[in-house]
Design a binder for this molecule. Structure first.
Ligand code: DX5
Ligand code: ZN
Length: 224
């Protein structure tokens, strides 16, 4: 396991999602974006149950770990995150986000993740109200607001879901990162930063472009 830590709050981080990358050349794809002065990469983990799609599991993450020094941010879109969390941590994941919709005792699971030496996050689907995380939000290192329905890249940004960022920011103050995921590009990035997000996941807006480094820089520039 690497000792990489989630960047301290206070900076805007662009967090490329591999979902729109070439899965047959994942190590090369990650090596390319690593040249864009980023700190983290977003790994979308799907099980075909929680979402109607399947991506990668711990064995692939373990192989990727040998090729990258980036902070691995795993977004578990799976119905049994507790069952697989340890395998992802052992594979070299640095941060685990689970969905509140499938977890009855989120505080306990956050503590388990911290005991395993990784930072912890909770994700809310677009239709999930912030009240559902009210009691545990401040125990998270990062909260993930999904602004598309989970399962696929390249979907349209849902502004009504993004509005929840304002409420969450009021709830947790400046010391918890707020990550936003889905439909982020040069137009929507400044909107969500205005709402209080500081960690911007982007898949299609980066990997559909020939020059990924320029695409990352364009999103960064759009936020200032
Ligand atoms: C959706 C995933 C997102 C998605 C973002 O299920 O969690 O990470 O890949 O991709 P874009 O930026 O293409 O909406
Ligand atoms: Zn994601």
């Amino acid at each position: 396991m690497t000792e990489l830590k989630l960047p301290k709050p206070g900076t805007i981080e662009i967090n490329p999602s591999i979902l729109s990358s070439d899965f047959a050349a994942l190590a090369d794809e990650i090596a390319e974006i690593e040249r864009a002065d980023i700190k983290m990469v977003h790994l979308d983990i799907m099980d075909g149950h929680f979402v109607p799609n399947i991506t990668i599991g711990p064995p692939v993450v373990e192989k990727l770990r040998k090729h990258s020094k980036l902070f691995f941010d795993a977004h578990l879109m799976i119905t049994e995150p507790r069952k697989y969390a340890e395998a992802f941590v052992k594979a070299g994941t640095n941060h685990i986000t689970f969905h509140i919709e499938v977890e009855d005792n989120p505080k306990e699971f956050i503590d388990i993740l911290h005991d395993m030496g990784v930072s912890a996050g909770i994700c809310l689907n677009p239709e999930t109200p912030v009240e559902q995380v009210e009691k545990v939000a401040s125990f998270c290192d990062m909260i993930l607001v999904l602004t598309v329905h989970p399962g696929f890249g390249g979907q349209k940004f849902i502004d009504s879901a993004a509005q929840k960022i304002r409420l969450l920011r009021e709830m947790v103050g400046p010391s918890v990162r707020i990550e936003v995921d889905g439909g982020i590009d040069t137009t929507t990035a400044p909107i969500v930063v205005g709402y209080g997000a500081d960690t911007l996941v982007a898949g299609h807006a980066i990997f559909s472009k020939k020059d990924r480094i320029a695409a990352i820089q364009a999103i960064r520039d759009a936020c200032v």
